[in-house]
Design a protein around this ligand. Structure first.
Ligand SMILES: [Zn+2]
Length: 247
């Protein structure tokens, strides 16, 4: 069965912050994996995988959440090897500086701007939805959840001319009610289940792998078995620290 690891990043920054990778380490990872025949794919690879069709050999996805300005550098790294990034953008964030004012748990960095985003899209980056205000949807009423989804879609359409195929739950937070409403707007949604995407994955709770746990990829190792490593190795850690992530 075909499977695709989907890596989750947030920011590239020269800090030891839990959700930031140094830019040079990210670039080294992309280059190393490219030399091993692996290129970052877009969401069509996920759809092919779901349909049980063959996917690009050695494919994987590089996804960035939220909309830190360092997605511009991440995009350049992936383009250099003929690949692309998928950005899950919270559409209220572009132009803010810093991206999350007053949030000490997040890397302090400006958000990407709409004009930078337009350039990225023109150059092959995929932008999908991470909601509008980056809030835990479980805490909202049905009506408010609808608003989050509709506002995000409208912003992506108006600013970028993009109709987002996929959604990523802010903080990975999802329950049956949230899943149901999101499913009325998006065919694909990503949570934080550990594993690689296969034809059997739940389309509205797709697995992803938090890249924080795979920093070794910039200097050694490969993606083979990475989902299993994640599952058995970091599951407990992830659970314990999830509350401290600005997912
Ligand atoms: Zn997020």
């Amino acid at each position: 069965m075909f499977s695709l690891p989907v890596l989750t990043f947030h920011a590239l920054a020269a800090t030891s912050h839990v959700v930031a990778w140094p830019e040079a380490a990210f670039d080294a990872m992309v280059l190393r994996l490219a030399r091993r025949g692996r290129t970052p794919q877009g969401l069509d690879a996920i759809e092919a995988c779901q349909a049980g069709r063959s996917v690009a050999k050695g494919g994987y996805l590089v996804t960035f959440d939220d909309g830190y300005e360092s997605v511009v550098a991440a995009h350049a790294s992936c383009r250099r090897v003929g690949g692309r990034i998928v950005l899950f953008l919270a559409t209220s964030l572009p132009e803010s500086n810093p991206i999350f004012p007053g949030e000490t748990e997040c890397p302090v960095q400006a958000a990407v701007t709409w004009s930078e985003l337009r350039e990225l899209v023109k150059d092959g980056a995929e932008v999908a939805s991470h909601g509008h205000r980056h809030v835990d949807l479980r805490k909202l009423s049905d009506f408010e959840i609808e608003h989050e989804l509709i506002n995000a879609k409208a912003a992506l359409r108006d600013y970028l001319g993009v109709a987002p195929r996929a959604f990523a739950y802010p903080f990975g937070a999802v329950n049956a009610r949230v899943r149901g409403i999101v499913g009325a707007h998006h065919a694909l949604a990503f949570g934080t289940r550990l594993g690689a995407v296969t034809a059997e994955s739940d389309a509205l709770d797709m697995p992803r792998l938090e890249a924080h746990y795979f920093r070794h990829l910039s200097t050694r190792g490969d993606l083979d078995g990475i989902a299993v490593q994640a599952y058995i190795g970091v599951r407990r850690v992830l659970r314990a620290v999830r509350g401290s992530f600005h997912g």
